[in-house]
Design a binder for this molecule. Structure first.
Ligand code: FES
Length: 199
């Protein structure tokens, strides 16, 4: 007499069993990968420690050359344009604010609007308060700010601390600046207010 094959309801079906085995293997592999990834990151940090970009204090201008509410455009040896505005008359570094002119949103050039006491980026109507914090437009939505540079005053002269390492790409005149840490200070003009995207 033939006997019917029976299966216990508790016994896992083959497909379910292989699914469980596969899942646990995947979990094990993921754990190993995460562990090795963390180890690799620690090793990379040990082998290639982050190096700070060298910086230097450079002369900008005489204090008297910038009137209260005024602004000047300074070009660092790296080629980075910096807007320096005067917001006080105490004759100290705190009177001034030095901010990158490069909008953190998509790299357009911002300019100082003295009447509105703000930096404005015409590309997408981004606006920044005098300290560089975005107050409207896409940079504000993203919680961005203009990069700030330290300033100091010595003997009635204003100095800025900026990175000096990167080679300046551009005209032979620009290249002359490399190595000597040359920089340029120019009064802000309407031409500066034209919008240009960063290359
Ligand atoms: S690039 Fe300045 S707001 Fe978009």
């Amino acid at each position: 007499m033939e006997r019917e094959a029976t299966t216990s309801p508790e016994a896992p079906q083959p497909s379910r069993r292989s699914f469980l085995v596969g899942s646990s293997r995947l979990a094990m592999l993921a754990g190993l990968a995460a562990g090795y990834g963390a180890l690799a990151r620690i090793a990379a940090r040990y082998l290639y420690p982050a190096t700070e970009e060298p910086k230097q204090w450079l002369f900008v201008t005489e204090l008297a050359a910038v009137p209260l509410g005024g602004s000047l455009r300074y070009v660092a040896p790296t080629g980075e344009p910096v807007a320096i505005t005067r917001q006080g008359e105490a004759g100290v570094a705190a009177d001034f604010v030095a901010l990158s002119s490069t909008c953190p949103h998509l790299g357009c050039q911002v300019h100082w609007q003295a009447a509105e006491k703000r930096f404005f980026c015409p590309c997408h109507n981004g606006a920044f308060d005098p300290s560089g914090k975005a107050v409207s437009g896409p940079p504000a939505d993203a919680g961005q700010a203009l990069a700030a540079y330290p300033l100091k005053v010595e003997g009635g002269l204003l100095f800025i601390e900026v990175p000096v390492e990167r080679v300046v790409q551009g005209s032979p005149g620009d290249r002359r600046g490399h190595g000597s840490h040359a920089s340029r200070t120019v009064p802000e003009t309407p031409a500066d207010r034209t919008t240009r995207r960063r290359a």
